[in-house]
Design a protein around this ligand. Sequence first.
Ligand code: ADP
Length: 395
Amino acid sequence: MNDAIIVVNTGSTSLKFAAYEMDAAGSLLAHCLGQIDGMQGDPRFVVRNAAGKPWDAHEWGEGHPIDHSAAPRFVVEWLEDNLKGKKLAAAGHRVVLGGERYEAPVRIDGDVLDYLQSLAVMEPSHQLFNVRGARALAEAFPKLPQVACFDSSFHRTMPEAAQNYALPKDVRDAGVRHWGYHGISYDYISRQTPKFAPHARRVIVAHLGGGASMCAMLDGRSVETSMGFAGGSGLPMATRSGDVPPGALFYLLRRKLFDAASLEKMLYERAGLLGLSGLSGDMRILQDSKDPRAAAAIEHFVYAMTKYAGAYAAVLGGLDAFVFTAGIGENSAPVRAALCAKMTWLGVKLDERANACGGPRISSMDSKVSVWVIPTNEELMIAQYTLALVRSRLV
Ligand code: ADP
């Protein structure tokens, strides 16, 4: 009987999942991909098979919310009913922050979950929900091996100078640290990039999705990344502000325009591309809009990336390759072209036709820096981590 692995990403109002089965050679093959949306008000479950074709769906009905215990249990039970001759061997959970304790994926037990839950106070938008989903499955299926995989782990290779803020030791000891996120995606990309650019040692990767960040990698290891202590810093994102000077936040608090909770909500939910444009945080909508505020928001986004690209080329002592990934990075030719134009001084020469076709190589053959579009696959990365821990090897 072949084994299968489920990958779970529990958010505040949605749960995304993927399942993989192992073939006879031990490789992981996609089995299905699905989600439950609208958990708080109008929950809907949809699942697609490996070819992307709709497979099954379920609705609980408006006014019948499901919580962070019921949702993952529903998904695992659905999977067990539909694995057809395969056995669910393990679950891998995405957890954004591993803190000081976890620099690599870890098998879940009660102590691990308690520690991860204690970190939720640092990262308000994902951590608590990630942990709730993992706890629910661990309680409902105590015999199923479960693994927590962290977005912050990949960045623990950053030098101390990059991990520290210039704060007193007691404050740093309280956990205020440049943790870095999107590490599961960056790890996946770091393993893919050598297949395309085998000689590239100094690489910048731009993970541009609803959340967006950039990472400077030397020999496949993170040396700097733009998202810092919590998930709202660095680049502007769909609805998150990115970097804002602390003085501005104190000013808003002093003027009593916000309290701490409403300030955090504004920075995470009303800022970024949405805040700048006043229209939407969705790049597709902004690109299709004729409203000048949409163009100004995109220009700001590219400007912020330009600053980070320059800084990271300096950190790396030069640049061999640049990689675009995630929703915007993989799909927006105009954003890629705009940033590449700003990196001409670094030796980037865009191949416009290749860029319009989505790559994988979008720089011309005589470009000093090669530029790539490489689709990320965080679910597969988590499945591989999980398998490695439960089988003590990577497939
Ligand atoms: P997340 O997983 O963080 O929610 P994704 O990686 O799916 O996000 O990326 C979502 C973003 O990708 C959205 O801003 C969306 O507009 C953008 N996107 C998706 N397809 C396109 C496209 N064809 N052109 C421009 N942007 C796109």
